[in-house]
Design a protein around this ligand. Sequence first.
Ligand code: ADP
Ligand code: MG
Length: 616
Amino acid sequence: MTDIIQLLPDHVANQIAAGEVVQRPASVVKELLENAIDAGATNIQLLIKDAGKTLIQVADNGKGMSITDARLSFERHATSKIKLAEDLFQLQTKGFRGEALASIAAIAQVDLKTKPQEEEVGTHIQIKGSEVESQEACVTPIGTVIHVKNLFYNIPARRNFLKSTAVETRHIIDEFQRVALAHSSIAFSMHHNGNEMFQLPISNLRQRIVNIFGSKTNEKLVPVEEETELVNITGFVGKPEFAKRSRGEQFFFVNNRYIKSPYLNHAVTAAFEGLLKDKSYPSYFLFLEVDPKSIDINIHPTKTEIKFDDEHALYAILRSSIKHSLGQFSVAPVLDFNRDANLDTPYDLETKSARTPQVEVDRDFNPFQEIKSKATSGSGFQPKRQTVPQENWEALYHGLDSKDENDFSKVEFESDAITGQLFETSKVSASSTTFQLQKKYIISPFKNGMILIDQHRAHCRILYEDLLKSITVKAAVSQQLLFPLSLQLNVQEIEMLHHLREALEQTGFIFSKMKDGEVEITGIPTLITESEVSILLDQLLSDFENEIPDSGFLQTDLLAKSLAKSMAIKAGTQLDTVEQIAIVNGLFACKEPQLTPTNKKIFITLQAEDIEKKFM
Ligand code: ADP
Ligand code: MG
């Protein structure tokens, strides 16, 4: 039999490679923009005609190329960005495959002008279907200008396959936006058929987002920031009330490279759970910085997919940091704590010439101090949050734009206005600021109406945050039991407890034995009583029945959720006013007061106008 295998000629190989790299004009745009960034440009201009089908031009002020480099740049696997396979694991550049220019030149007419700083004249190369047509010296500014004309001119099938101008333009805009968002320290512009579409000066990220998506975007952004050993997260998410019907404005960048990740997207969506209307998608612009060694970006030819070493932990961190940001920023518009004197006196006393009640107000009195001492005085119910950190109120408003409609500098909580006497006599009279409804809800008036708090859910949230804190900072206090408490458990349960032992001990449990079907406990968290221990561990084990998350973070989270749920006061528990106020204050000192750890609504508000309507 005669030999039949032969090597493909270069231009055929290039065309085949081009099929992978260049799917449509937008792919060319992406490659050229990235090359300009890799070349250190601070100003990049994109110009397209007919959705890039006729012309794609990118001009940059980057470092340019020498004569030899200019020629070599069109060779396949010609790259200045990696030398060794190991370099792949510490990539700092966008490109590295050395395929883009070779591929593009195989399927289009390319015209390149480039000049490095140290050279007097530049180089002008024309290539068509991988054939160099001309190479000559030229006058050109420092940097590179590259024209890509008549894409797929030599592959009619591919050219005919391109979508409408509108669709292809949309794809180009998408690529442009992704690159521009990731590089706000570079100026970009984009023109299509002679019309300016974007003009983006060097700026910070927030301004860049606003410059791309419009000035209305500014008020919608909530900053996200989290630093951990595994990942640093920065960026913004859109406030839930501005969520869109489409997925348009969702961007993840990993080490400044745009990526798609359904998994991480799920983490973001999970953080928004309970806050979004049906079928709406939150915007996000999130930048994750990870050790380049911990990711593999080479698994997809167009490099928008990525593999992380520790996906689960990343998920948990992302979700919690967004939740945290949303918690800090989105409660404010719901509640208006400004006092309105008119609502304090429902009857206009002056005009009715009624006698104003004489109330002596001690302006220096701080009701929070009083609550605190009451709370720890151990009157049967121990409000489980021991302190009521008034200063934490500020956290709720931290970072709000001063432009915001609500003037939060005047924030005043209803209970601030209570007179001293009310608290000095431990009998709190009917004129106090909170009361309980059906042993289930706590009602508290606010300027704009009133707030109805589910007591169990509120307490859950307070305990959850407390527990998370004590587990992470390892500062929980324990109460020693006079006699060790012994519980009989089965093998699986003991096995599960082993996994949770460390975290449990950080909440205040002390185990003296954990084997042979028996658990012996000598210390328990101060927040619970001895009689509750068995129910609590039961509940905990059933919550962990299906799985014990392998990541420490998820485990802690689940543990705190479970403990909080069983420890929280139940519906049907009567609360005195001090306890009610402790719950209200404790709740609003939380990072995320609106939702329980399992994303259930904790309170609702009834606006004054809604109440007024009912009387019409
Ligand atoms: P890669 O970017 O993967 O290295 P490319 O085919 O995109 O491969 O580019 C090949 C080489 O050409 C690059 O490594 C770089 O040295 C050079 N190059 C391409 N575009 C530019 C540019 N705009 N400015 C300076 N050098 C460039
Ligand atoms: Mg490249």
